[in-house]
Design a protein around this ligand. Sequence first.
Ligand code: ZN
Length: 82
Amino acid sequence: MSFIIDLSPLLKQFKEEARRAIEANICVECKQPPTFYSDAGRKEYYISGLCEPCLTRLAPMKMIFLILNELRTKTWNSSRCR
Ligand SMILES: [Zn+2]
């Protein structure tokens, strides 16, 4: 359980970096102005701060982050119930 709690600053940093990259209109990964192939890719940029080529490359890693985030939310909810 403790390893999930230890990951939360990492997730927070990840989100903060994404927010800053979006504000600067660059990709969080390649530091270039973002490029998109699709509308879905554009939408995704405003969530993760990743341009579509980087997103495609890092998609498996992003899935892990999403799963961890989900787990963390569930941990929070269950600890609040007790
Ligand atoms: Zn990129």
